[in-house]
Design a protein around this ligand. Structure first.
Ligand SMILES: Cc1cc2nc3c(=O)[nH]c(=O)nc-3n(C[C@H](O)[C@H](O)[C@H](O)COP(=O)(O)OP(=O)(O)OC[C@H]3O[C@@H](n4cnc5c(N)ncnc54)[C@H](O)[C@@H]3O)c2cc1C
Length: 450
């Protein structure tokens, strides 16, 4: 008899797993999704007037031909390519991203601090113990002070001394001193670094359209409004919020790993303790629609200054004019809170005031406010804390012993492979692993990848 596979969550990872199982002709599977809609953190919401908002700026840049193939199959020409135009807004200036390559735009004093710091960093032994020390050792005190430290403190919402730096890889541009000096001396902008220098975005429906279409093709297998509340790992049985129970042979989990372990019975105490130590932050996403076309060809902007409430703002109508009524402009602002912090009083007005003070909109645009939207996500960034790897190395192998693959951004608790393309692929590979087809390559903590 074919093994019965249950997938918890119809976000990108759960849908990736379901897509692959279906493609391989495996029919004995069910996706259980707590929400009434698919997409998880990558969902989009369209209101009755046609405004579409994503949960933060979600752009598509894929590392995997398998994901490219799915995107082509479901969206084809409705997936539109863009060249990134990203900036850092600080000291009243627009500094092209990445900051370290474009320090020539800073004031002379700040530029000097950055260059002296870079020269110092180049001559230091490099053995940092945490993310903060890594920043100092890599960039020197100037870039640390003017961008890297204040920006990262805003995004992560925890002291940088409490974070590891082994996740960095392609997520943070490091230093090419000669190139930086050349850019300063020859007054050159250098803004095409990184895997998302080119990205794509659906013409209609926001990023969530990808996952709506994947879910539509899998409709017969997905149960919405089905929250998993208990998992008996020894008897391979789970319980839903409505009291019904289901048996499985193998389980792919994509709900946050700490929540999942809390809901499991039959796991060892050290697994429970390790799961309690996982650290995350929460995110407040605010969408603002303005009744005029705001022209600059910006994709998104980073805000290191503590006086500005958000850390990043996306010009969503520059990705697709169809996310708003004609000749209107949509911004999406992202703000971080600690996981135990309450929401700020009125995030929408704080965002609108922040957009004015940062110079993205004018004071009189407040009278052209045509739409607002806000959405809090309790789990926004899985934080690579100092002991995260050690905890994941306790949890994941033990779950796998019980036929459970916990994957995805929060299911795996990985920021470094926590984007939509990674999430879909983690699901894809989990499905193949359960059918004994291949080892996993994307999820770094899989029991059998070493
Ligand atoms: C602010 C922000 C910006 C981002 N920007 C980008 C970007 O530009 N590009 C990019 O590629 N990625 C981006 N990402 C990452 C992207 O959102 C994730 O890669 C992706 O959503 C992870 O998919 P997942 O399936 O692992 O998890 P999720 O999307 O979290 O899906 C998990 C699913 O499980 C469901 N669930 C939870 N608990 C239960 C339960 N008990 N029972 C049943 N169902 C349950 C949830 O409702 C959810 O649908 C961003 C993320 C954030 C937060």
């Amino acid at each position: 008899m074919a093994q019965k596979i249950i997938i918890i969550g119809a976000g990108p990872c759960g849908l990736g797993a379901a897509w692959r199982l279906s493609e391989l002709g495996h029919r004995e599977f069910t996706v259980l999704e707590r929400n009434s809609y698919p997409g998880g953190l990558a969902a989009s919401f369209t209101d009755s007037e046609g405004w579409t908002f994503d949960i933060g700026g979600h752009v598509i840049f894929s590392h995997y031909p398998e994901y490219d193939r799915i995107l082509q199959e479901i969206l084809g020409k409705q997936l539109v390519s863009h060249t990134r135009k990203a900036f850092i807004r600080t000291q009243g200036k627009w500094i092209p991203y990445p900051f370290q390559n474009n320090v020539r735009h800073l004031s002379p004093e700040a530029l000097l601090e950055c260059l002296v710091g870079l020269a110092w960093a180049g001559n230091q032994p490099h053995s940092p113990r945490n993310f903060k020390e890594w920043i100092r050792a890599t960039f020197g005190h100037g870039i640390a002070k003017h961008f890297m430290e204040p920006y990262n403190e805003k995004v992560w919402g925890i002291p940088l001394e409490l974070m590891d730096f082994n996740w960095i890889s392609e997520r943070v541009k490091t230093v090419d001193f000669e190139k930086i000096m050349r850019n300063v001396i020859y007054k050159k902008d250098d803004d095409d670094w990184g895997p998302n220098a080119k990205f794509s975005y659906p013409k209609f429906g926001g990023t969530g359209e990808i996952f709506r279409r994947m879910a539509k093709a899998l409709l017969d297998y997905i149960c919405y409004n089905s929250e998993v509340v208990e998992i008996d790992v020894k008897n391979k049985r789970l319980k839903l919020e409505d009291g019904s129970e289901m048996l499985y042979d193998s389980l792919i989990n994509t709900m946050p790993l700490n929540e999942f372990v809390r809901r499991c019975s039959g796991l060892k105490e050290d697994v429970r303790k390790a799961a309690q130590k996982l650290v995350h932050n929460k995110g407040i996403m605010v969408g603002v629609g303005i009744r005029r076309r705001i022209r600059p060809r910006r994709s998104w902007v980073y805000f290191p200054d503590p006086s500005v409430p958000f850390y990043r703002v996306t010009y969503l109508t520059n990705y697709s004019s169809h996310v708003a009524p004609p000749d209107h402009t949509t911004f999406i602002a992202e703000t971080t809170c600690r996981s135990d912090e309450g929401d700020p009083g009125d995030p929408v007005s704080q965002t609108v005031e922040g957009l004015v003070s940062a110079g993205l909109i004018k004071e009189d645009d407040k009278s052209r406010l045509a739409a607002t939207w806000s959405h809090t996500v309790e789990y926004s960034y899985p934080i690579p804390s100092l002991d995260r790897n050690a905890n994941l190395e306790i949890i994941h192998p033990e779950l796998e012993r019980f036929g459970i693959l916990s994957r995805g951004r929060f299911g795996g608790w990985v920021y470094e492979t926590g984007n939509t393309d990674h999430a879909v692929m983690m699901g894809f590979e989990a499905a193949e692993k359960l059918l004994n087809m291949r080892k996993e390559t994307v999820f770094p903590f899989a029991a059998s990848t070493d």
